[in-house]
Write a protein that binds this ligand. Structure first.
Ligand code: 5GP
Length: 115
């Protein structure tokens, strides 16, 4: 599936620098970073939204969390990073191919849940 910009990126149809890649996902720097470290972990399988994931995606979803931890360690931010998944337009999702935002490198307001 390569119907979104991320589908095209994971399929290699649009060039992008993969800072991490394994059999099931890639990681790229966000084109419009909201923090000094802003990386997107994108599964190769195109699931539009987290809410569209099904029981058979369980291993993949776990894999994405492990991959995010690996990427955080690779970037040296494993002690302070935030993971964000925007699900649906109303929550700010703009690309309908599931992805995790790794945000790090700035102070997080204590108890603050967003961004
Ligand atoms: P969403 O709002 O869907 O959770 O996140 C989409 C993210 O993808 C945004 O942070 C946006 O800056 C980023 N983005 C959109 N198009 C591209 C692109 O072509 N390349 C990269 N690296 N990031 C993109």
């Amino acid at each position: 599936m390569s119907d979104t910009i991320f589908g095209k990126i994971v399929a290699g149809e649009i060039p992008a620098e993969f800072i991490y890649e394994d059999d099931h996902c890639v990681a790229i720097n966000d084109i419009a970073p909201q923090a000094p470290v802003h990386v997107l972990v994108i599964p190769k399988k195109a699931i539009p939204r987290l809410a569209d994931a099904e029981a058979h995606d369980q291993d993949l979803l776990g894999h994405l969390l492990l991959a995010a931890g690996n990427v955080a360690r690779q970037l040296g931010v494993e002690d302070a990073f935030r993971l964000i998944i925007n699900n649906g337009e109303g929550a700010g999702q703009t690309v309908f191919h599931l992805h995790l935002h790794i945000i790090a490198g700035r102070e997080f307001a204590e108890g603050h849940m967003a961004g």
